[in-house]
Design a protein around this ligand. Sequence first.
Ligand code: SF4
Length: 422
Amino acid sequence: MARLNPAELEIDLFCKGVKIADSCTLERDARSFSRTRAGLGSGLELVLPSPRKDLWMNAPVFEPFVEATPYTLSKRDGAYEIRDARDSALVYPVRIPPRPRWYEQRTSAGTPMSQVGVLQGTYLGIYFGETCHFWRTSPSKACKFCTTGLNVGTNEAAEKTVRDVVETALAAKEEGGVTFVHFNSGKQTVDALDLAAPYVKALKEEVGVLVGLQAIPSRDLWKYDWLVDLGVDHFSFCYEFHNPKYFAEYLPGKQEEVGQRAFFDAMEHVAKRMGKGRNSGEIIAGIEPIEDTLAAIDYITSVGCFPTVCIFRPLHGASAAHLPSPRYEEMVVVFRRVYEACMRAGIPTGLAPNIEVSLIVNPDDAQFLSPDTLGKRWYEFKRSLAKRAAAPLFRRKMTPRPVPVSATDPSAYRPKDNAPPS
Ligand code: SF4
């Protein structure tokens, strides 16, 4: 068997998972397994080192399909490695990111910080708002791959105040140099953008970090302009499936109460407002036919966003737990397309400092899957120039500053280019 390159190994581990040998001392060396948000972070956080860039991932450990994996994590002479049982010569050195000290701290209100947010790769992920409304309907309208309803209020605090979030983000920034806080929410009974606004403003004023937001799309598109003026740096839109039949079947709540078009409208709006490469469309690969996944990638890049593609994980507790984990060969095709579609559309990925997302194969991780052509070298050259040119802008964005826009009264907002909100 040929040795896999770092992106191929990352994909194969996402598809097959990893067993843990008795030699490992993860309780001492690793972050805890955290079943938070939609549940995708339920595995083991790993770093696959490579000279060009380190790849961060969250490898499945607990799901039944992991029984059949050829991969085993072991510890030898104080270092971790992954062995492939199909060929004894295949040994891959890996790093285990340690548990941050702030996971043991509490906010001034007494909330454990590890229940306010979790590190997913190098960024701080925070679920805000109530448990997703789709989990509270009868019959349930929850998305079939999701386990949020089993996690919020159990493994993470049900209610997170602005102060809890600010104190946790400050601790994560001070200790680990976190540069990005990503908010995520399920369906709320009010517009989630209204709920997010005070958190965004407080982080910009008191912490100084890049801020991302993922929420059910608002029909009031002007509110995205409001959030941008409050400081949101990135929006992601998880429409999950491009094929409308799969969208309807696997996302009953989103189908009935939101509709696929609302995701496209919001994504296209922010792409126009914020420019190329700032926002993302989020999809799941491994359930709908691969042609639909490739069409999604082409659509997302055509409107100026980058695709964030999760490899489907049949999680315990999800309605889709019985489905098989995706095939490695198909996922390689998907992620090669992610990289090459970004290249074709001239989408600059990976510019922001220290943002490695462990729940997906990052678009720039996928560079290892694409052949070395003149076009690729030119794209990589432009990416490295853009990264250097953008550094001062990111430094400014990560400096705390007053935000002269109300976060609590959206009706007071007067967008610069649009008509005032009605
Ligand atoms: S919208 Fe779907 S994926 Fe998001 S929290 Fe609700 S059920 Fe889960």
